[in-house]
Ligand binder design. Structure first.
Ligand SMILES: [Zn+2]
Length: 250
């Protein structure tokens, strides 16, 4: 997996390896299937995790990025369990944004149980704005993504839009299972954690099914957006809610 950023449509940012896959893996796999390009940026190496090592987690993250169809996977070292958001950290993220020139950034929601997710959210949003300042000279041309949308992790407030990930849901699970050290693995001798339980994986599927219910599809991912998405066709956008009405009627 390529680690140097290249130009992509979407940059998906996470605090830890596996954040992006959990929150937006289906959307990314779907976008790749439709010819969109994306890169994954993990802000930390996951060294504070109870299970696995940074080396193992790097291999897992690369494998997972490959499964989803990423153009690149890049990892920074901003400190797991103490994620830095100082100017130096900001500049590192700005460099990745300027090098990958995304139209859309996907980032963790700033409302969460894990403070690293909160900090990563803010850092992604701030860096996305500052990356567009021409007065900030870094060697790469200025670039500001058009928008940032946030994916929830532990806490789920009202969602602003849904993506039907039914066709790629098995691929999302495959990408998550690539993190063998982190998630349910009956053969592992490492200590059980919140996310390594069977219930966590079951809950992930249950949540996707629950989000899917909102649009009468099998599985969906939900996002939070500070500005509303512009719909091309509100009939189509809400089609299918009443059983039997999902039609191709123009
Ligand atoms: Zn995380």
């Amino acid at each position: 997996m390529k680690q140097e950023p290249e130009e992509v449509d979407i940059l998906a940012v996470g605090a830890h390896p596996d954040d992006v896959e959990l929150g937006a893996g289906g959307t990314l796999a779907l976008m790749a299937m439709r010819g969109r390009t994306f890169g994954i940026l993990d802000m930390t190496r996951g060294e504070a995790g109870t299970r696995g090592t940074p080396e193992i987690r790097a291999q897992e993250a690369e494998e997972s990025a490959r499964i989803l169809g990423a153009s690149f996977w890049k990892v920074l070292d901003l400190g797991d369990g103490c994620l830095r958001t100082d100017r130096q950290a900001e500049l590192e993220v700005i460099e990745v944004i300027r090098a990958s020139r995304p139209l859309l950034v996907l980032a963790p929601l700033a409302l969460d149980r894990h403070p690293d997710h909160v900090r990563a959210s803010r850092l992604a949003a701030d860096a996305s704005f500052y990356a567009g300042l021409r007065s900030l000279v870094t060697g790469l041309p200025a670039h500001r993504p058009q928008h940032i949308a946030y994916f929830p992790a532990n806490f789920v407030p009202d969602l602003n839009f849904l993506i039907d990930v039914t066709p790629v849901f098995e691929k999302k699970l495959e990408a998550i299972r690539a993190f063998k050290s982190q998630f349910h693995n009956p053969g592992s001798r490492e200590p059980e954690t919140f996310i390594s339980s069977r219930a966590f994986l079951d809950g992930l599927t249950a949540r996707a099914a629950s989000f899917g219910r909102l649009a009468n599809v099998t599985y969906a991912e939900g996002f939070i957006s500070q500005r509303p998405p512009l719909l091309e066709d509100p009939v189509r956008a809400f089609d299918g809610f009443e059983p039997g009405f999902r039609t191709e009627r123009a």
